[in-house]
Design a protein around this ligand. Structure first.
Ligand code: VAH
Length: 317
């Protein structure tokens, strides 16, 4: 049975990924790694083991791997795109110095490693429509620079040391559990909260700005499916394009109004978020993921909207 450590287990992806992994592999086999000040709470804390793991400390990672006999590490420690622009050195420290620590421990202890990349790893010169799996990657954000470096370093550890590294390029992820923090695509989560609270939504991204987006259940399934995939079938490793939806603010606004006709939205563009969004693809080509490990999303914009509104209504009353 797999023994898994999730680093960044209390973040937007980590909190739901930890619970999904516990469902699939058994609560006791999935350790939630967190940093002081971001302790797990509620079911995440009660349902299985957790321990302090700061990704910038190789010793902490090694101690957790040895104590819990870990064979697989999901490394989700990162600053998101907008925050990373205000703290570029910290973004590198967590994203790359931290990754190096994870990969070194994985090399010494024989662990497989998943460290996600993102649509942020592409730049304005990358083809925006049907973005190829193998293409030009010259991002202009510190977040994107850390993600391209993540891909290259993870591939390096696979080819040079045989470390089993795998990853996907996540779209903007929409979830109804842990709110996101500091991302360019956060508007696609915040809009649902505004709708359910009966508030007018102020959108920071221009109409017509298409970006790849994905509902959290599909994102979690992609990560776990890839880590379970037959390695002999993988022609790529770090990192696979995965796509499910491509929409702009008008499309998600209309998707919500279909169920909440009184919902209103206005625009107040955030120049930094818009500059970042303009450099990202409209929609990636994910043929390689579909062919090499059977990737297939389940949620489209309408199905996600129905589920988001239902779940948020239950939680926010
Ligand atoms: C962000 N939500 O906006 C994150 C994500 C692909 C986008 O990396 O920074």
């Amino acid at each position: 049975m797999k023994r898994i450590l999730v680093i960044g287990a209390t973040g937007q992806i980590g909190s739901e990924l930890t619970m999904e992994l516990r469902k699939r592999y058994g609560n006791g086999n999935v350790v939630a790694g967190y940093i002081t000040g971001a302790e797990p709470k509620g079911e995440l804390k009660e349902s299985g083991p957790s321990t302090v793991v700061d990704v910038t400390s190789g010793e902490m990672i090694a101690a957790a791997v040895k104590e819990y006999e870990i064979d697989t590490i999901y490394n989700l420690a990162a600053l998101l795109s907008v925050v990373a622009e205000s703290k570029p050195r910290l973004a590198w420290k967590i994203g790359i110095d931290g990754l190096w620590n994870v990969l070194e421990v994985a090399r010494e202890c024989g662990c497989a490693v998943f460290t996600p990349s993102s649509i942020g790893s592409f730049g304005k010169d990358t083809p925006h429509v049907d973005t190829p799996q193998d293409t030009l990657q010259r991002p202009s954000t510190m977040y994107g620079i850390t993600k391209v470096t993540t891909e290259l370093l993870s591939d390096y550890y696979f080819s040079k040391y045989g470390v089993d590294t795998r990853a996907v390029r996540f779209p903007g992820i929409i979830s109804n559990v842990t709110p996101p923090g500091g991302g360019t695509t956060d508007y696609a989560v915040d809009i649902y909260y505004a709708a359910v609270k009966g508030e007018k939504f102020v959108c920071p991204i221009k109409p017509g700005t298409l970006m790849d987006m994905m509902y959290m259940p599909d994102a979690l399934n992609a990560a776990i499916m890839l880590m379970e995939a037959n390695p002999e079938k993988l022609l790529h490793r770090n990192a696979f394009n995965i796509a499910s939806m491509s929409f702009d603010p008008e499309m998600i606004y209309q998707a919500i109004r279909k169920y909440m006709p009184g919902f209103e939205m206005v625009y107040d563009i955030d120049p930094l978020k818009q500059r970042i969004a303009d450099s990202w693809p409209d929609r990636m080509d994910d043929t390689c993921a579909r062919e090499e490990w059977g990737w297939k999303p389940k949620y489209d914009l309408d199905a996600m909207t129905v589920d988001m509104l239902e779940k948020l209504r239950l939680r926010l009353g």
